[in-house]
Design a protein around this ligand. Structure first.
Ligand code: 5GP
Ligand code: ZN
Length: 110
């Protein structure tokens, strides 16, 4: 399978990593939509939130998102987004949590 984020996880494609452990990698988004924009992904291929079905990994992903936000100085707040499927705006078919911060977010999202 040719998956962009699997290739980033295994180091074939370079990225600016901000966190990694045995299950999870977090790296800077190549096209940041906020002063801080990080993607938190599982090392194993999971196509989308619909395919996750793993409460322990889901919890780890959210916990790492919060830890990364704290490490990157987002104490004033941040947003975690999981675009899912075509209507959700998902463009890369490997589950990822967007962590966005460093500016005032608006609501509703586009
Ligand atoms: P989605 O649209 O699926 O929610 O998010 C995919 C994200 O991946 C986008 O924010 C996009 O900028 C980012 N992205 C796409 N290709 C690359 C890449 O090669 N490297 C990195 N670091 N991010 C990428
Ligand atoms: Zn993948």
């Amino acid at each position: 399978m040719d998956c962009l984020f699997c290739r980033i996880v295994n180091g074939e494609i370079p990225s600016r990593r901000v966190y990694e452990d045995e299950q999870i990698v977090a790296f800077a988004d190549v096209a940041p939509q906020a002063p801080t924009h990080v993607l938190v992904v599982p090392r194993r291929h999971v196509g989308s939130l619909d395919d996750l079905r793993d409460p322990a990994l889901a919890g780890r992903l959210l916990t790492v998102a919060a830890e990364v936000a704290a490490t990157l100085g987002l104490g004033a707040g941040y947003r975690v987004v999981v675009n899912t499927g075509p209507d959700g705006g998902q463009t890369v078919g490997h589950l990822h949590l967007h962590v966005l911060g460093g500016r005032q977010m608006t609501w509703p999202p586009g």
